[in-house]
Design a protein around this ligand. Structure first.
Ligand SMILES: [Fe+2]
Length: 399
């Protein structure tokens, strides 16, 4: 390892392309279980909470404490032949642990900024390039959130902007474009949308389907101005055509954007290996048949249509470059939820209801913030967004 600190972009680079490394996560077992660093390939990881090898009453100098205790507590659990990345919530304790390990002759680095910085890391990849159109996928790899920027002839549309909106402004500018449209496929439950803020900053309208401008639990209308999206509506972004498809199910106002009749920005409906969950509005039995019809509508699109989803659950759903995309042709057979959507309604409903992951209680509050019913400062926003999204059905094949 050639440096004693890795920025999140360096971690992401290693997760995608190696070389091999191991992680020593010194957070509590609860924090670790809730969320930890994952890659396309399994990363050798050990969780040893720092309070297990530091005596908080007597150890004032963490580095010295590591030098004293690591030979018994840490080193036997670590692979001697590969570098160690030490991880904690904000990168402070882990920095000292890494320093101690280095003094013991081990190749160790700190994750700079810890899990908080990793959670806020964004990555940009071009996923489509054709005459007069470029589509960039802007991901937050630690959370499994995907957003998209369409650029055409100096104009840019942002679809599903995530919370830190400067990435969209910077990326649009780098591609010689100005943000002219801000669109959400639905009212998100897993993350705070950057939509309203980005529209304000760029002096453009924020677009949402009106059904999703009502909080599904509180039954209160959103407290901000927005432009109604409707089924069949067409936008022109530079030379690119965007068609709106209303596909209720995950939410009642869920829409997909079909770009140049080929690129399907499908929000939370079809994912690469799974489908979205229709229970986050609190009515899974009632919404599942709607969801099935919407999936059937998307499946009626041509085989060459390329899905660009709003989430992934597992980094392996992406290609080696970290791009999350797949042709419908491939998904029809590979994706169990999609295959079932074309069959018997009762079997589909049984499958969906049996595959619903636990309802994260924080999602109700995130929707309140996204509806403008309440606000979140930076600390609350980070708390609400902690961990990976759970917008997809639970995978029945995952271990
Ligand atoms: Fe969602």
């Amino acid at each position: 390892m050639n440096t004693s600190a890795w920025r999140p972009e360096m971690l992401y680079e290693h997760l995608l392309h190696g070389p091999r490394f191991q992680i020593l996560d010194v957070r509590s077992a609860e924090e670790f279980a809730a969320w930890h660093v994952e890659g396309r390939e399994p990363i050798p990881t050990v969780n040893v909470p720092y309070f297990e090898f530091l005596d908080l009453d007597t150890d004032e100098d963490v580095v010295k404490a590591v030098l004293k205790s690591a030979p018994q507590t840490l080193l036997p659990r670590l692979d001697a032949d590969i570098p160690i990345l030490v991880v904690c919530p904000h990168g402070h304790t882990s920095d000292l642990v890494a320093e101690g390990l280095r003094q013991l002759g081990r190749d160790a680095a700190n994750l700079d900024g810890g899990m908080a910085a990793w959670g806020d890391h964004y990555h940009v990849e071009t996923v489509a390039e054709e005459a007069g159109l470029r589509i960039l996928q802007i991901s937050r790899p630690a959370r499994g959130c995907l957003s998209h920027l369409l650029v055409s002839e100096g104009a840019a549309a942002v679809i599903d902007p995530l919370r830190h909106v400067s990435i969209y402004l910077d990326t649009a500018q780098r591609h010689g474009a100005r943000v002219t449209h801000v669109l959400d496929t639905h009212m998100h439950a897993d993350h705070l949308s950057g939509g309203v803020g980005l529209a304000k900053q760029t002096d453009t309208a924020y677009h949402l389907h009106p059904y999703d401008a009502i909080h599904p639990m509180d039954l209160l209308p959103a407290r901000y101005g927005f432009e109604f999206l409707r089924d069949g509506q067409q936008f022109r972004i530079g030379r690119a055509d965007v068609r709106v498809l209303h596909i209720p199910g995950h939410t009642l106002g869920e829409v997909a954007f079909l770009v140049n009749e080929r690129w399907l920005l499908a929000g939370d409906s079809i994912f690469i290996e799974s489908v979205a969950r229709p229970d986050l509005g609190g009515h899974p039995e009632q919404w599942t048949p709607l969801f099935r019809q919407s999936l059937q509508r998307l499946l009626a699109l041509p085989d060459e249509t390329v899905l660009l989803p709003a989430h992934f659950s597992n980094a392996r759903e992406g290609d080696p470059q970290g791009r999350f995309m797949a042709a419908l042709r491939e998904l029809r057979t590979r994706n169990e939820g999609l295959a079932l959507a074309t069959g018997d309604e009762a079997a589909f409903t049984r499958f969906i209801l049996a595959s619903l992951p636990t309802f994260p209680p924080g999602y109700v509050e995130i929707k309140r913030v996204n509806a403008g019913l309440t606000s979140a400062d930076e600390r609350k926003a980070s708390e609400l967004e902690l961990g990976k999204n759970v917008c997809a059905l639970a995978s029945r094949t995952a271990d």
